[in-house]
Design a protein around this ligand. Sequence first.
Ligand code: HEC
Length: 161
Amino acid sequence: MKILKKVLFIGMAILLIIQIPFFTPEKNQIKTDGLRIDITDKYEVPMNIQMDLYNGCYDCHSNYTENYPWYYHIQPVSWWMNLHILDAKKHINFSEFAAYTSEEAAEKFDDLRKVMEDRSMPLKSYLWMHDKARLTERQYQRVARWAKAMHDSLSVANGHK
Ligand code: HEC
């Protein structure tokens, strides 16, 4: 019983300490506008697709997370979110998409088609709290079709197929 109390006390103390703002990671709000490496700086993105991506994906897959929830400031939530965003951007970052080589971009478009086809993005844990990011059946299909067309035309340009 004594041990349990000690463990509880230490646990509470740690929880309190990590609430200090010093431990909150910097927000993902990085300016890259001037660099002209956004996906739209190089590729044709129809407005409706752009809106689907913006509403569904940009909080994690861009350099600007717009919708930080109020509970972001409660630890360890911000660490967990921050890791998700870093991980997501490693896979695909729409704000820096134009900086990928065309081989890389072709691969990314193919990944994009895949996640749309198996409906694995946006992440389920994100959809619980963000209704706006929910894609309809039609939106999944049109993003998948666009990604496939982009992949195919890049592959031809890259000399594959
Ligand atoms: C809440 C954050 C979040 C949102 C929102 C989100 N993603 Fe992701 N995404 C991730 C994370 C984390 C990974 C890497 C780990 C994984 O694959 O689950 C990832 C991986 C990916 C990958 C690479 C998958 C692979 O197999 O290599 C693609 C493509 C992708 N996301 C597309 C999208 C698209 C398109 C949207 C919007 C419709 C979206 N994501 C929305 C967090 C997110």
